[in-house]
Design a protein around this ligand. Sequence first.
Ligand SMILES: [Fe+2]
Ligand SMILES: [Fe+2]
Length: 190
Amino acid sequence: MPENSASSKPFLTDVKTLRDHARRHLETGDVTRTYKGDAKRTIDILQSVLATELVCVLRYTMHSIAATGISSEGVKKEFAEHAREEQEHMMRVAERINQLGGKPNFNPEGLLSRSASQYVEGANLVDMIRENLVAERIAVDHYRELIRWFGDDDPATRVMLEGILVKEEEHANDMHDLLVTHEGRPMLSK
Ligand SMILES: [Fe+2]
Ligand SMILES: [Fe+2]
């Protein structure tokens, strides 16, 4: 066998193998052979997180418009800011579902049954603040549990949830402080 053919043939074969592997990897997106999680289960869990964030967007948006009464302006601004941040969370979770090969479920039908947090309008400003604090505490508990569950099986999903959790803890603290301001005493212990 001529020298140049012996040295060039394995090189060409390697390229072909690499291309074949790359094509298989492309078909599964970023769920490569090193992914230790259960992609289908992860997508199902993230659909529930997506619904939770969506309900939070809707509730905070509604409150930011409907809040009335003395000194409600500052509270309305806080609600509106939280609504924007919940929307960012919603987008991050939807993108992650897409990366894992799923289709983010934005269907309004059954939204509340998929969500961990609830949609409560609240009869007055203090009720609204209290309901948001309850919702944040639900999100914090839910996400802490999920972070532990994902562990090292899906670090990308875990890190995303850790980032969201930091914000939810801030939100819970904001709502707690607003409640203290408007009620004069903490309604729920931190
Ligand atoms: Fe959120
Ligand atoms: Fe939140």
